[in-house]
Ligand binder design. Structure first.
Ligand SMILES: [Zn+2]
Ligand SMILES: [Zn+2]
Length: 172
């Protein structure tokens, strides 16, 4: 199938300052992301990229929007939404920037980069919210919904260790 994320780099590099925009939807299956449970089945990624040519390099920046879902690692509630991934990559004919990718041949294929960013940025052990209070270890209540009446959270165990050590020391 046609790869909508392939660019003729030679043509772009010939005229420094050239800008090319990609605003399209790509099926995750076309990025060879198949059976990954973090994404709803049959989902698309929204690709908004801007490609700019310098004399010997191409800068690609923009963002990707992808629906995702998962189970909160603290409270086990279903969570998810639309993930926004920031893209900023540099492709060089002659590598001088250690972060850059090498531009080989006349084709610049953005598909592997989009795929890699999605796989890396999508959380595998998500939180439903940054301050999720989790489940009570004693009664199992979801503390986001109900601050149950169980004992106060245990003290920081690093200090418990120190306290124990103190007990071992002979009294002054
Ligand atoms: Zn949670
Ligand atoms: Zn409880």
């Amino acid at each position: 199938m046609a790869n909508a994320l392939r660019v003729n780099a030679a043509e772009v590099l010939r005229r420094p300052g050239t800008e090319k925009r990609f605003d399209l939807r790509v099926a995750l299956a076309d990025l060879e992301i198949i059976g990954d449970e973090r994404f709803p089945e049959g989902a698309d990624v929204e690709v908004h990229l801007r490609l700019e040519s310098l004399s010997d390099a191409i800068v690609v920046d923009g963002r990707l929007l992808v629906p995702w879902h998962g189970t909160c690692r603290r409270c086990l509630v279903e969570t998810g939404g639309i993930l926004e991934c920031v893209v900023r990559e540099l492709y060089q004919r002659t590598l001088t920037d250690p972060e850059a990718f090498e531009l080989e041949g006349d084709q610049l294929d953005l598909q592997p980069v989009v795929r890699e960013i999605l796989l890396l940025d999508t959380p595998s052990t998500p939180l439903c919210r940054p301050d999720c209070a989790g489940l009570c270890p004693t009664c199992g209540t979801n503390r986001n919904e109900d601050p149950c009446a169980c004992a106060a959270p245990p003290t920081d165990q690093r200090w418990d260790g120190l306290a124990g050590l103190k007990d071992l020391l002979p009294p002054d």
